[in-house]
Unconditional design. Structure first.
Length: 257
């Protein structure tokens, strides 16, 4: 009887060990998700990737065309060309990652590729608002402080500012790729709110100053001012269209996943 009890006990322990091992293997095998834990939101992920295909089809060629035009006009550059070039390159880079997202979702399922995709999202989150802010700053100083603009017109100042923005972008992207940082989403919220406020106020001030400078009895703006007015107005439309819905939803972010 004791022998049977001992045998049953050993069998029970062995069975439990096998079950625990199997459960551990299964949990290890399924711990990685190619969509970063959004398995219950697969429809939303596919919708997001489908919308990003527009950026692949239209955005990449358009951004490459912008870069080509900037290179062609390098002998007569605008002071904002370096910001526009960096913005176009970063956006083209983010668009190029979309096919990799599809491949990793259905074929590769590699953690390294997912990390690269998360890094590209960090680039998209940061480079767009910051480089647009730089363009707004450049136009703001040119219109409202023309003397200071003439003193700061050298290429080295814009190159230094671009390097600073790239360092901030890569630091943010690396942190997003690593993940697990407490309240990291608040950093993105603060960044977008700050840059959105700055860009709207800045561009509104520029438009007001350009309109005011026309003066009474003048039928048309100076050609340079007219060019600046059109650029600022187009940037303002892009800013409002791109970021206003996001900013409007920020107060409700605690109510949604």
């Amino acid at each position: 009887m004791d022998t049977n009890d001992s045998s049953l006990s050993s069998t029970s322990i062995l069975t439990q060990l096998l079950l625990n091992t199997t459960a551990f293997i299964n949990s290890t095998a399924t711990s990685f998700s190619a969509i970063d834990g959004c398995d219950n939101l697969i429809e939303a992920v596919l919708f997001d990737l489908a919308i990003q295909c527009i950026n692949v089809i239209l955005g990449i060629p358009a951004n490459l065309l912008v870069i080509a035009i900037l290179i062609h006009n390098r002998k007569e550059p605008s002071t904002s060309d370096i910001f526009l070039g960096c913005l176009a390159f970063m956006d083209a880079y983010f668009g190029a990652m979309t096919p990799l997202s599809f491949l990793n979702l259905y074929l590769w399922k590699l953690k390294e590729v997912l990390s690269a995709i998360k890094f590209s999202y960090g680039v998209k989150d940061t480079s767009g608002p910051l480089f647009l802010s730089c363009i707004c700053l450049d136009r703001f100083v040119a219109v409202l402080f023309p003397i200071a603009f003439g003193q700061l017109k050298h290429f080295k100042y814009r190159l230094g500012l671009s390097v600073l923005v790239l360092c901030l972008t890569f630091a943010y992207s690396a942190a997003k790729m690593v993940g697990g940082l407490p309240n990291f989403e608040k950093l993105f919220t603060g960044e977008v709110l700050a840059t959105f406020t700055w860009m709207v106020v800045c561009n509104a001030s520029i438009l007001w100053a350009l309109k005011k400078s026309t003066g009474a009895g003048k039928d048309a703006m100076h050609p340079m001012k007219k060019k600046a007015f059109k650029m600022v107005l187009s940037i303002l439309c892009i800013i409002v269209f791109n970021y206003l819905p996001l900013v409007a939803l920020f107060p409700f972010e605690d109510y949604y996943s």
